[in-house]
Design a protein around this ligand. Sequence first.
Ligand SMILES: NC(=O)c1ccc[n+]([C@@H]2O[C@H](COP(=O)([O-])OP(=O)(O)OC[C@H]3O[C@@H](n4cnc5c(N)ncnc54)[C@H](O)[C@@H]3O)[C@@H](O)[C@H]2O)c1
Length: 279
Amino acid sequence: MGSLDNRVAIVTGGAMGIGGASARKLAADGARVLIADVNLPAAAENAARIRAGGGTAEVMEVDVARTEQISGMIERAVELWGRLDFLVNNAWSSNGPDGSALTLSEAAWDHAMSSVLKSIFLGARYAAPYMEKQGGGAIVSISSVHGLLVAPGKMAYEVNKAGVIALTRQMATDLGPLGIRVNAICPGHIITERMQERFWDHNPTLRPFFEAQYPIRRTGRPDDIANAVRFLCSEEASFITGVALPVDGGLTIQFQEDLGLSLARLVRAHPEIALPEER
Ligand SMILES: NC(=O)c1ccc[n+]([C@@H]2O[C@H](COP(=O)([O-])OP(=O)(O)OC[C@H]3O[C@@H](n4cnc5c(N)ncnc54)[C@H](O)[C@@H]3O)[C@@H](O)[C@H]2O)c1
C-alpha cells in the first residue's frame, strides 16, 4: 500500500527526465498516472516500466504548446479513473534559440509564454473543478533556479520560470479556499538522460567544474526532483502552498563573489577543464 493509493496524477513531459522520474515516483507510491507527452514512444516506454513495477500508467499524446489540447488532457485522466488529484506541470517547450530583448523573436516569446504559462493556467482552470468536487488536490509546477536568478541571453526561459513562481503564488491564493494547494520546484542542474547524452558525454572535463558550484558537491538526479514532487503532492505537505522550493544542492544560497573566486582557482589548478564557448 502506498500513501498515494487511489489518487490520480497527470505529469506533462512525463516520458523522460524529471517528468519521467516523477511519474515513476508517484506510481510507485500508488497513484495512477497519465503521462502526457509529445513523444509517444518514449511515454509508452515509461508507462511500460511503471506497469512492470506493479504500477498503473496510461499515456496520451499532448503538446502543451497547443493549449487547445489542455482540456482534453484533464478530461482523459477523469475518464480513465474518475478523478484527478495531482497535476504536475513539467514540460518545457522551446521552439528555437533564446535571446535578449534585442534578439529574441516575437514568435519565440509568444510561443514560450503560451506553452508554459498559458498551459499551466489552463491546466488549473480545467483541473480545479474536479479537485474541488472531491475535496482537494495539488498542482506542482517545475520552475528552475533560473526562475530565481537570471543568466544572460535567456530572456524567454528566465521570464517564464519566474512567471511560473508568480503564477504558483497567485493560484495558491485563489485556489486554496477550494482545497487545492499549488507549489513550484526550482531544480538546479539535473543530469537527465537527455542532458547526459547532449552535454556530458561530449564534455566530461566540465563535470567537476559544475559539481564544485554546489555546496553538496554534486549536481542533481531526476529522483531528487521526483522526491520533492511526491512530497508536495502528499498529505505530508498539507500545510504547504504557494512555495517555490529550491531543490538545488545549495546552488542559490551562495555569495557570488566568493563562488566566482573559487571557480577561477579551480580552473587555474585544472587547465584540462574545457569551458564552453562564449555565447
Ligand atoms: N534538467 C535540468 O537541469 C533542469 C533544471 C531546472 C529546471 N528544469 C525543468 O524541468 C522540466 C523538465 O526538464 P528535463 O530536463 O527533465 O527535460 P527533458 O528534455 O529530459 O524531458 C522533457 C520531456 O518533456 C517532453 N516535452 C517537450 N516538449 C513538450 C510539449 N510541448 N508538450 C508535452 N511534452 C513535451 C519531452 O518529450 C520529454 O519527455 C522543464 O520544465 C525544465 O525547464 C530542468
